[in-house]
Design a protein around this ligand. Structure first.
Ligand code: NAG
Ligand code: NAG
Ligand code: NAG
Length: 342
């Protein structure tokens, strides 16, 4: 009897004495030093909004601010000069997901993703039809092209359409803008190290409230000069992000063409489910990809339901650190954190 009563007290005392990393809820964590997105999401939680509201509004802020030119309108023009958007949001309580890919003419991609989740039985809508759905739901259709994205596009044209992300085609794609004819398939190293890092940033965000409700989401305008129709990892559940309120969440950024083959966010959440701490779950998810692609750019953030978090990235080209934002009640304001790449 005495032992039974004593044990919890002893356990509690031990927990205070053990040097665990500090963790508090609620928590907002997002990829890259997108400080205003973090601040908006934090504010939403502080004023009683849900974790879905926090993720949606945080990412919406990035879309409106055109974070790094890689989120929202007027960035990353494709081969035809058009900006198209990918986004997703996931409810960790219900495991519902809403996503849009190759969304055109609508600025608020994550808003449309949430509408897909909450106003349809579907999970992912794409292209023109996604835009029609959005207009139908009251989102404004407008041109996503800006002078800046037009300039990026014309520079690409005057640079012989390079890079163009094609392989095994003829004539030599380094001299022509197509049309391309297929050649025999050669096993070559696919991507040059010079691939523009900034051409595939994404905001990935996780929000967890004090009751342990978890949500995650992403928003991006994809890869600059992409082949029209190309969709990256961001709107793919388990790749761009994953959330499960019994475990935590993860969100990824980087070379989506490669990353989506490995479902790193799903992997990280499953590792945490099996007891891994957020940092090592993130590291393992990156290592899994690295095993097959030594040269890729990618990073991931992970958080569990006690508010512990971590991140990992792959060392690539000149990148040896990854920066991300954390807001919790310790700081009550967004703080930039960084992690050394593996
Ligand atoms: C963040 O928000 C502040 C205040 O609204 C604004 O002045 C600043 O330009 C924003 N930062 C970025 C990167 O847009
Ligand atoms: C965009 O370019 C047009 C002409 O090419 C110019 O009239 C307009 O002022 C520019 N807009 C901005 C915001 O720079
Ligand atoms: C979250 O991770 C921390 C750090 O490893 C760990 O101490 C804690 O128990 C984890 N929380 C849950 C709910 O698994």
């Amino acid at each position: 009897m005495t032992v039974k009563l004593f044990a919890p007290v002893l356990l509690c005392t031990l927990m205070f004495l053990l040097p665990t990393s500090p963790a508090t809820l609620p928590l907002v964590i997002n990829t890259w030093p997108f400080i205003n997105a973090s601040a908006v999401a934090w504010q939403v939680l502080q004023s009683g909004g849900s974790v879905l509201d926090a993720v949606e509004q945080g990412c919406t802020r990035c879309e409106a601010e055109q974070c790094d030119g890689s989120v929202g309108y007027g960035g990353s023009p494709d081969e035809k000069g058009e900006t198209t958007l990918d986004a997703m949001i996931m409810n960790g309580d219900t495991l519902e997901v809403g996503a849009v890919a190759d969304l055109r003419r609508i600025k608020n991609a994550i808003g449309v993703a949430r509408a897909v989740m909450e106003r349809t039985d579907h999970t992912l809508l794409v292209g023109e039809s996604a835009s029609l759905f959005a207009e139908n739901m009251g989102f404004t259709a407008e041109d996503l092209t800006t002078n800046k994205s037009m300039n990026i596009f014309s520079q690409w044209l005057s640079n012989n359409c390079q890079p163009n992300y094609r392989k095994n085609v003829f004539p030599d794609p380094s001299k022509f803008c197509g049309p391309y004819k297929p050649t025999a398939v050669v096993n070559e190293k696919r991507r040059a190290q010079s691939t523009d890092i900034l051409s595939h940033d994404t905001i990935g965000m996780i929000a967890i409230d004090q009751h342990g409700h978890v949500a995650a989401g992403t928003s991006t305008n994809g890869m600059t000069h992409k082949v029209p129709g190309r969709v990256g990892d961001s709107p793919i559940p388990g790749s761009g992000a994953y959330a499960d309120s019994t475990v935590g969440a993860a969100a990824a950024t980087g070379d989506g063409d490669i990353m989506m083959r490995f479902l790193p966010s799903y992997l990280a959440v499953e590792l945490m489910r099996n007891g891994a701490d957020p940092s090592s779950a993130c590291k393992t998810a990156i290592s899994r990809i690295k095993k097959h692609h030594k040269e890729f750019f990618g990073a991931i953030i992970c958080a569990n339901t006690t508010g512990h978090y971590g991140a990992a990235c792959n060392k690539f080209s000149k990148i040896s650190k990854f920066h991300f934002m954390v807001s919790n009640s310790e700081s009550n304001t967004p703080l930039m954190k960084s992690v050394d790449c593996i």
